[in-house]
Design a protein around this ligand. Structure first.
Ligand SMILES: Nc1ncnc2c1ncn2[C@@H]1O[C@H](COP(=O)(O)OP(=O)(O)OP(=O)(O)O)[C@@H](O)[C@H]1O
Ligand SMILES: [Mg+2]
Length: 465
């Protein structure tokens, strides 16, 4: 059996067509879950490496071997009448240290892999976030999709594949259980352009990671479909007449656009697609930087601005680590204490949750009070409409630029604009999309389930069962 999987930056969902009917996979009581996983055990962190007495002994051993090898090489060289290539004691030591460090990392990964292989240890969705905040330890990974297109060293890549595998396996097992049959095939959604630090190469890496993870999670057959094309498949079903449509999916990590010919008896035809690797999670970072970080001294004390970006970027593991490793003991009060409180386990996650809650509340009401007492007793921030606008303005501008390019690329105006994705719940964002195409009607699809429904249709076509 084949299912459609929407592995979203913020939320994941899955569905299948059974006897001609759309069936959403249920995760507990819900039809989607936050794309987060919590491992009570530690996933290895290279910066945790310190020379314990046991590792010191390994290092000495390694160094002895290296010296011995150097002596043998020198003897062999002089027998050939050549000058020996001598490496300094310092070079030998740093080479030996590199070897010991690598062996340590490999062992840590083996242990972590063995300990998290069993499913009862991992928590998913909101339970993952709560589990992390309650336990004050372990590892929470939120929105791993945001990392797929980033330059990853081999160890971190392994960890990311491992996390994606757990999430996809969670989906496969939930679906198999619900449908009463082993699920072995999937059509997985992908953004037009993944968030990337390496241009188009990032999207290739992201797809490789998803392929490896899906195979390890027990899928024998996997294909990919662009997310706005999936949303188009879903909209297609509701159109009696053939027409040109523009599909806009504004999600947590990316904004994706597709021009499609849909409706009527013919199959949907995707003409072209465009991607902007920005979405709702960027708005949360903006809210945090604009409204919260001044309480931690941003633009007040002389602290490099990127430290605040590191703290706010909860989906970027290296940036989070970088923020946690800083020493804020000499920073002026009250900011030093607040920064140190933000370095505590779970604090940046809490701050990000508050930023997202502020954004969602302000998209419908005039004010929000964010309580920051986990940073300092009694500390709070009142946010108003101006703060919301400041947080979303740059995104509106980027979205407008993308839609202007789309408009320029179209030979004719589409008959309608189909809007989906969680971020399209914001009336300001919806209005802004409409203002880029004032002539055509905007059709609001289901913000959460448009993409997964289309993926289920595509999965059914791949394997009608
Ligand atoms: N009322 C609202 N106003 C603004 N944003 C909202 C609202 N409700 C939800 N969101 C945002 O929608 C985003 C999630 O949308 P969605 O579920 O479509 O993303 P996703 O599919 O996980 O991500 P992607 O498709 O980019 O990988 C989150 O950033 C969330 O904060
Ligand atoms: Mg999405």
């Amino acid at each position: 059996m084949h299912i459609g999987i929407d592995f979203g930056t913020s939320y994941s969902a899955a569905a299948a067509i059974i006897d001609g009917e759309l069936k959403l996979v249920r995760f507990g009581d819900a039809e989607q879950f936050r794309t987060a996983v919590f491992f009570p055990e530690l996933v290895p962190d290279p910066s945790d490496f310190t020379l314990t007495p046991a590792l010191e002994a390994q290092l000495e051993n390694q160094l002895r071997l290296a010296r011995q090898q150097q002596r043998q090489l020198a003897t062999a060289a002089s027998a050939r009448g050549q000058a020996p290539v001598a490496r300094s004691e310092h070079e030998l030591r740093s080479e030996a240290l590199r070897v010991v460090r690598r062996q340590w990392m490999e062992e840590q990964t083996r242990n972590a892999t063995a300990s998290v292989a069993s499913f009862q240890h991992a928590l998913f969705g909101e339970a993952a976030v709560e589990g992390y905040l309650e336990s004050g330890g372990g590892n929470l990974i939120e929105s791993p999709k945001s990392m797929f297109g980033y330059r990853l060293d081999p160890q971190v890549r392994k960890v990311i594949v491992h996390i994606a595998t757990h999430i996809i396996e969670h989906i496969r097992l939930s679906a198999s259980q619900q449908f009463g049959t082993p699920v072995r095939g999937a059509v997985i959604g992908r953004p037009v352009e993944f968030r990337s630090s390496m241009g188009a190469q990032g999207s290739l890496q992201a797809i490789e990671i998803l392929r490896e993870a899906a195979a390890a999670a027990g899928f024998d057959s996997v294909s990919f479909l662009e997310e706005p094309a999936a949303a188009a498949m879903h909209y297609h079903k509701s159109l009696a007449q053939r027409q040109h449509v523009l599909v806009v999916d504004i999600g947590g990590g990316t904004t994706d656009v597709a021009h499609a010919q849909l409706g009527g008896d013919e199959a949907p035809h995707i003409v072209r697609s465009w991607g902007l690797p920005k979405g709702g999670t960027d708005l949360d970072v903006n809210v945090s930087l604009h409204s919260f970080m001044p309480q931690l001294g941003k633009d007040i004390i002389s602290m490099p601005a990127h430290r605040y970006v590191d703290a706010a970027s909860v989906h970027n593991l290296p940036k989070q680590r970088e923020f946690r490793q800083q020493d804020y003991r000499l920073v002026d009060e009250p900011y030093g204490s607040r920064l140190r409180a933000l370095q505590e386990a779970g604090a940046t996650t809490r701050l990000n949750q508050l930023a997202e809650r502020s954004k969602i509340t302000l998209s419908a009401s005039a004010g929000f009070r964010a309580e920051l007492d986990f940073l300092e007793p009694g500390l709070a921030v009142e946010l108003g409409r101006d703060d919301f606008h400041a947080a979303i303005d740059s995104f509106l501008l980027q979205m407008e630029r993308t839609l202007t390019i789309v408009r320029g690329d179209l030979a004719q105006l589409p008959a309608s604009l189909f809007l989906t994705g969680g971020t399209s719940r914001s009336p300001q964002i919806r209005d802004h999309v409409q203002s880029c195409f004032p002539e055509i009607p905007l059709v609001q699809g289901d913000p959460s389930l448009g993409v997964v429904s289309g993926l289920a249709v595509a999965a059914n076509e791949a394997d009608p069962g």
